[in-house]
Write a protein that binds this ligand. Structure first.
Ligand SMILES: [Zn+2]
Length: 463
């Protein structure tokens, strides 16, 4: 048949295209091997676009080199080997069970040992050990909320997404690590130190260092993957983002597996859990979302979505992980600072895409009423953090910007009406809320005309 003379009916082409798309989907779902080489068109359809211009060439080569050396999964995770008990905190946890345990931050015979709750799901099949930590900083509440919901009945138990009878591997959840800080609503430990600068810690040093030492030896050191949940420090809020050393293969893997758009390629500060874990070849990433002292349901929802994605990517739970529409892999950023002192009005919140020269905030001074100063964005890019506290001095940071030079139209396609990034995982209702929590609004009265369909004329009354 000559298509030029006898074009096929348009619906036939549509059916054909639909069939191709469907067959691709089926093939992809039957063969979820992510390492399998994909054709060009397929890669375009299923892999997120990288907006990787932030990462310099030399660093990109370093990352690629590090990823080349990775061998496959360890033998101990092989599905053919039988289930074994999981030893944890001197307990033996049977395959296919959930245990709620207490873990003492300090090893003492008298006085305060600071017991914190740990939930352990030990799957009926072999697999990796994943540890999830919240509130290493006591006033950062997004992690504690997400991890608590995850241990709730909507997610955990028979037939639920976290079902130990179908789980492969082990999941340990500590919603609040810094319990003494959390109870006092502060970031630090009672000795005034920052736990996330104290790793790997020492057993005979200061209090925080002892806590770090025990946490390191008893919980981190025997994990395969660790996710540490944080928020911005006081006075700031963060766009949900992953921080990972992309040249560490396991961290690169779970950083991407989390399934959100923004990944910052950093080593982490000295003494931070992530940096020390990576130095000991334990995969560890940090999730950052929202600010301290706030619940921020959106950041909570994105983190739950990310954990499910991560567990699916590691094939610990059934289902296929979702991928973001694009990814920004960033290795550089710019702080936007105020040159004036006074009170701040942030016009572009965290997550905003701003143009060079755009006004992102204004500063006024109530002591000199009527005068205000604009703060402009020095570059075009994505604001990943903004100030929430209004007091500023000259030099105060008011925003943290990722300059974006390529992929701008791709990024713009994912902005809402206020030019804010729509993050993967934010569509749909918060998954930890029950249906009965949604309030039904009752409207009383009578249908005018006797039936809601009456105004359409010929329709018979459906009674
Ligand atoms: Zn933190």
């Amino acid at each position: 048949m000559n298509f030029l003379e006898n074009p096929p009916p348009i619906f036939l082409i549509q059916v054909l295209v639909a069939a191709i798309v469907a067959s691709d989907n089926i093939e992809d779902s039957v063969l979820p091997n992510l390492d399998k080489p994909t054709s060009r068109s397929k890669r375009r359809r299923f892999s997120p676009i990288k907006i990787a211009n932030q990462i310099p060439k030399s660093r990109r080569r370093e990352i690629e080199k590090a990823l080349e050396d990775v061998s496959g999964s360890p033998k101990k995770w092989s599905r053919s080997s039988g289930p074994t008990n999981h030893s944890f905190l001197r307990k033996r946890i049977k395959p296919g069970s959930i245990r709620n345990l207490q873990y003492d931050l300090l090893d003492v015979e008298i006085g305060e040992s600071w017991p914190v709750p740990v939930t352990v799901l030990h799957g009926s099949r072999p697999g990796p050990v994943v540890t999830l930590l919240g509130a290493v900083h006591g006033d950062e509440l997004v992690g504690p909320l997400a991890l608590t919901y995850l241990c709730g009945q909507n997610f955990m138990g028979p037939e639920k997404i976290l079902d130990p009878s179908t789980l492969a591997g082990t999941l340990r959840i500590i919603p609040i690590v810094n319990l003494p800080g959390y109870r006092r609503r502060v970031r630090y430990f009672p000795d005034g130190r920052d736990l996330n600068r104290a790793f790997p810690g020492k057993p005979d040093s200061n209090t925080t260092s002892r806590v770090a030492d025990r946490l390191w030896k008893l919980i981190i050191n025997n994990s395969d993957y660790v996710v540490d949940f944080h928020t911005a420090a006081k006075g700031r809020t963060n766009l949900p983002q992953i921080r990972a050393n992309l040249a560490h293969p396991g961290s690169n893997k779970i950083g991407r597996a989390f399934g959100i758009e923004t990944i910052l390629d950093t080593e982490g500060p000295r003494g931070s859990l992530r940096r020390v874990a990576n130095a000991n070849d334990i995969a560890c990433i940090t999730y950052e979302g929202g600010g301290s002292d706030e619940a921020d349901p959106e950041s909570v929802q994105v983190s739950i979505f990310g954990i499910i994605n991560l567990l699916r990517s590691l094939r610990m739970i059934p289902g296929y992980p979702s991928k973001p529409r694009f990814r920004i892999l960033a290795s550089g950023s710019v702080w936007i600072r105020s040159d004036q002192g006074g009170l701040l009005d942030v016009l572009a919140p965290a997550g905003s895409f701003v143009e060079k020269g755009e006004i992102v905030a204004t500063v006024t001074d109530p002591e000199i009423p009527g005068e205000d100063h604009d703060i402009l964005s020095p570059e075009r890019g994505l604001l990943i953090s903004t100030a929430t506290h209004p007091f500023v001095n000259s030099g105060s940071p008011i925003g943290h910007l990722l300059p974006v030079k390529r992929g701008v139209s791709t990024l713009k396609a994912s902005l809402d009406d206020d030019d804010c990034l729509i993050i993967s995982g934010l569509d749909g209702d918060p998954p930890w809320r029950d249906d009965d929590d949604v309030e039904d609004i009752a409207v009383f009265g009578e249908w005018s005309g006797g039936s809601p369909d009456a105004e359409w004329g010929d329709v018979e009354d459906d009674s």
